[in-house]
Design a protein around this ligand. Structure first.
Ligand code: NAP
Length: 247
């Protein structure tokens, strides 16, 4: 049975132009939420709007702190927030530049901090509560080669979910993280299309396959819904058991 707790709810999804964020935005709209989708490629936003006309789109680069605050603040009340937008790089620690580190942390971590602050302030002032889900990664918990910037940013994002769960719980705002393994979105394909690399990754997943967008959507929808009303500060791997292994 579909969850009906999204009727009348207003949701914001970052990185809604492609991949996981787009799938979450489309699902939330299908479950009755009024959805706002943010991304930074206008053509993606245009075809998302064409696919689901009820979704409101905003062109924002969330690495721009001030403009992001302005645009998010102008959306009006938001009940559900999905901090999904993210990027990766493949640079060994010794070669990482300051610009690369800043960019990875600005988009994967600081933007979620920034947007959550604006949205949660509104939730707290209205006294209506709400739910926030961060789309993090199992790279927050385990090392992925040449991913120092990404792993550290996602680890910070997981801790943000825990600190906000603690601080905002008394205001009836729940905050959780969803931590997927590899999903072959555009981002995923850039790192894992090579058949040998992909097979090696799958060999480490007890379930024996990579994650699908739908797996991440289902976990996110659950954590946004009233069915998870006692779950706050959880870090939920969507990884087929990958992180429980030590070999
Ligand atoms: P994706 O296919 O590349 O989609 C990411 C979306 O976020 C795109 O629409 C992208 O827009 C947008 N975005 C990126 N930077 C942005 C910025 N500065 N401002 C506004 N929008 C921005 O990636 P995905 O695989 O769906 O990833 C979604 C989330 O899941 C990310 O946080 C990622 O770290 C996480 N994740 C992914 C995997 C995986 O294997 N795919 C695994 C674990 C976790 P543009 O395309 O215009 O840049």
């Amino acid at each position: 049975m579909e969850d009906t707790s999204f009727q009348g709810k207003r949701a914001l999804v970052t990185g809604a132009g492609k991949g996981i964020g787009r799938a979450i935005a489309v699902k939330l709209a299908s479950l009755g939420a009024k959805v706002y989708g943010i991304s930074r490629t206008q053509s993606d936003l245009d075809n998302l709007k064409q696919q689901v006309p009820s979704i409101e789109t905003r062109f924002v680069d969330i690495s721009d702190w001030d403009n992001t605050r302005k645009v998010v603040g102008e959306l009006g009340p938001i009940d559900l927030l999905v901090n999904n937008a993210g990027i990766t790089n493949w640079t060994g620690f010794l070669d990482v530049t300051k610009e690369e580190l800043d960019n990875l942390h600005d988009i994967n971590f600081r933007a979620a901090f920034n947007i959550s602050q604006v949205v949660a302030r509104g939730m707290a002032e209205r006294g209506t509560g709400g739910a926030i889900v961060n789309i993090s990664s199992i790279a927050a918990m385990r090392v992925v080669p040449n991913h120092t910037c990404y792993c550290t940013a996602k680890a910070a994002l997981d801790m943000l979910a825990m600190t906000l769960a603690y601080e905002l719980g008394p205001k009836k705002i729940r905050v959780n993280s969803v931590d997927p393994t590899i999903v072959l979105t555009e981002l995923g394909k850039r790192g894992w299309s090579d058949p040998v690399k992909k097979a090696n990754a799958i060999a480490k997943i007890p379930i024996g396959r990579l994650a699908e967008e739908e797996d991440v959507v289902n976990a996110t929808i659950f954590l946004l819904s009233d069915k998870s009303s006692m779950i706050n500060g959880a870090i939920l791997p969507v990884d087929g058991g990958m992180v429980v292994s030590c070999v």
